[in-house]
Design a protein around this ligand. Structure first.
Ligand code: UN1
Length: 497
């Protein structure tokens, strides 16, 4: 099945059948393919080729560059099921969410096509007679993209679609757990490039299949002015300073420890559905996953009872066959989850769920019952992000306390409140409310649309991807002053003769 799918998406079988690095499916542990990892010398060559491709691509008018992205979006529409299936097989999220990820790619392509005709600068009033000032936006260079296993295709597309219309070439190092998804995206982009014609240089987009050392070459390359990296805070702490030390720019989209404040006036039916999707979806492995439920003491027992019932009914199993919870990515993720749950128990927390499931049927895969953990306070365990379906539930008494708890973690990605009280809702999204990059009212913390800027503060890294004015990150800003007079007045009225 993989072979045919990959071929339909334009991938040469040699790229995923003959290498010595096996790729396993987290759904059952089967080998999906064998890829070849690249050496540091290979990466260096790719960077040189990306530079040459950039120098050609930046000369193509931006709306024309948009046409390539439009054609890529068409390829994604035509191959949505194939790519969605591959996402499910390679990273284990359920098929509905695999399709959703491809839809995010299609959406960002649409946005980028429109953006390709709107790379606007400003005109600025000059203080001198006979002078024009303006601000222009120019292509930046080869863009380095590093992505994580849990969203193996969409974050690449958020960056790639905008970077391409902005006139840049791409170098993508995907997670070594999901190389086939990267090859498929590249295959689809190459199909679009073939339709587009030879204005698009062959090396416009390249995939680097490699391990840590390969990524290091990319991160350290002075020819790569921007590194956009999605992954753990630990990874970001290494990448950020290395890129900064060569005065490169980075967009870091790192860990989240996302909370929901559940107030007494909330619509609990809506809240329970939102909790289920955001805490259990992608088996708790979204950076936007709901990890902390801060619930008012007066409704805590009722909410817990409803959640336990809902969790009990979650279908866990093969993500291609209608389950709501697929497997964790690997044994390491499972061990990590178990050790955190054991620590919680030692600290006196009440743990519901969390056990391994379907071990007999899938001895090589790690399905788990999503866990609810009743915690007395927001201690260090809660303040740490565990990339697994663990929902900590903590009580609060007054709104100020809940808000302080929302903000009192190192991460700052996403957050939400369920309330029908206008004052609480507005306070949550105000200057003194949530300190996160995303703050929602009556919606869970995950499942953001691509139209807004996506990213967060503090240990989340501070970067923004996707919509709003994020396109500016992929361009260099230039201030122009043009003197069309026959005089040479100096600024600030300085006389120099
Ligand atoms: C991620 O988990 O890295 O908001 C990205 C969401 C998705 C993106 C998640 N649109 O949950």
């Amino acid at each position: 099945m993989i072979q045919e799918m990959m071929q339909r998406m334009g991938v040469d079988p040699a790229l995923f059948e003959t290498g010595d690095f096996p790729v396993y499916s987290p759904t059952d542990g089967a080998v999906l393919g064998r890829v070849q990892m690249e050496s540091q010398a290979d990466v260096t060559q790719r960077i040189d080729r990306a530079q040459a491709a950039f120098e050609q691509w930046r000369q193509v008018p931006a709306p024309r560059r948009g046409e390539l992205v439009r054609l890529f979006g068409e390829q994604l529409r035509a191959h949505k099921e194939d790519l969605g299936t591959l996402v499910t097989l390679e990273c284990g999220k359920i098929y509905q969410e695999g399709l959703g990820e491809v839809q995010e790619m299609i959406d960002i392509c649409d946005l980028a096509v429109g953006q390709s005709r709107q790379l606007y600068g400003l005109t600025i009033a000059s203080e001198r007679p006979g002078h024009h000032m303006r601000e222009s936006w120019h292509p930046l260079g080869p863009i380095g993209l590093i992505t994580a296993f849990n969203f193996p295709v969409a974050p690449w597309a958020w960056n790639a679609a905008l970077a391409l219309v902005c006139g840049n070439s791409l170098l993508w190092k995907p997670s070594e757990k999901t190389p086939l998804c990267a090859l498929a995206c590249q295959g689809l982009l190459e199909k679009a490039m073939a339709e587009f014609g030879d204005e698009a240089p062959a090396d416009l987009s390249q995939v680097i299949l490699g391990e840590r050392e390969a990524g290091e070459v990319l991160v350290d390359a002075p020819q790569v002015p921007l590194i956009s990296a999605t992954g753990s805070t630990r990874m970001g702490r290494e990448v950020g300073p290395r890129v900064a030390s060569r005065f490169g720019r980075s967009i870091l989209e790192l860990g989240g420890n996302n909370a929901m404040i559940l107030t007494p006036s909330a619509d609990l039916d809506m809240a329970v559905r939102a909790i289920l999707f955001s805490a259990v979806g992608t088996a708790g492995q979204r950076c936007t996953t709901l990890r902390r439920l801060i619930v008012h003491d007066s409704i805590r027992d009722e909410v817990l009872a409803r959640l336990k019932k809902a969790y009990h009914n979650i279908r866990i199993g093969d993500p291609m066959s209608g389950a709501l919870a697929g497997p964790l990515i690997d044994a390491q993720a499972f061990d990590q989850m178990q050790s955190v749950l054991a620590s919680a128990q030692e600290q006196g927390a009440v743990v519901h769920g969390g056990e391994r499931q379907l071990a007999e049927q899938y001895p090589q895969a790690f399905y788990v019952a999503p866990a609810i953990v009743e915690m007395a306070s927001q201690n260090e365990l809660v303040r740490d992000e565990t990339f697994a379906p663990i929902l900590y539930v903590m009580g609060y008494q007054d709104f100020e306390q809940a808000l302080a708890m929302n903000n009192d973690v190192p991460q700052g990605l996403s957050s939400c409140i369920f309330t029908t009280d206008l004052r609480e809702a507005e306070a949550f999204v105000s200057d003194v409310g949530s300190d996160c990059g995303i703050a929602n009212v009556n919606i869970g913390p995950s499942g953001a649309e691509i139209g807004g800027a996506f990213g967060g503060e503090k240990d989340t890294g501070g970067g923004r991807e996707s919509g709003s004015d994020v396109w500016k990150s992929y361009m260099r800003r230039q201030t122009n002053t043009v003197n069309y007079s026959r005089e040479l007045p100096l600024a600030q009225g300085i006389q120099f003769d």
